[in-house]
Design a protein around this ligand. Structure first.
Ligand SMILES: [Zn+2]
Ligand SMILES: [Zn+2]
Ligand SMILES: [Zn+2]
Length: 88
């Protein structure tokens, strides 16, 4: 896997998400568009096209800067700090 940035040099593989749901949206009775997963703690949240943008809010709340797309076939990661995405 190519190095994306300083925050992703230790990622050697893409872990699979433990869930295919945004738990925070379900708790609020909302829906989402796409799911993203935090590469630091595995938290699954919804994308910026979703009403609640839980993946971005997770980063803002925790400082965990890297996520991956977890829709079927998605093989990319994104760093919020560097605002940089790469296919892996
Ligand atoms: Zn970075
Ligand atoms: Zn959500
Ligand atoms: Zn996290």
């Amino acid at each position: 896997m190519p190095v994306v940035c300083a925050h992703l040099t230790e990622v050697t593989f893409l872990p699979e998400p433990s869930t295919r749901e945004c738990g925070e949206c379900i708790a609020a009775g909302d829906t989402w568009v796409h799911l993203r997963m935090c590469l630091e703690c595995g938290n699954v949240g919804c994308c910026d096209s979703s009403k609640n943008r839980h993946a971005t809010r997770h980063y803002q709340g925790t400082g965990h800067p890297t996520i991956r797309g977890v829709e079927p076939g998605e093989r990319w990661v994104w760093c919020f700090i560097d605002e940089k995405a790469i296919e892996v």
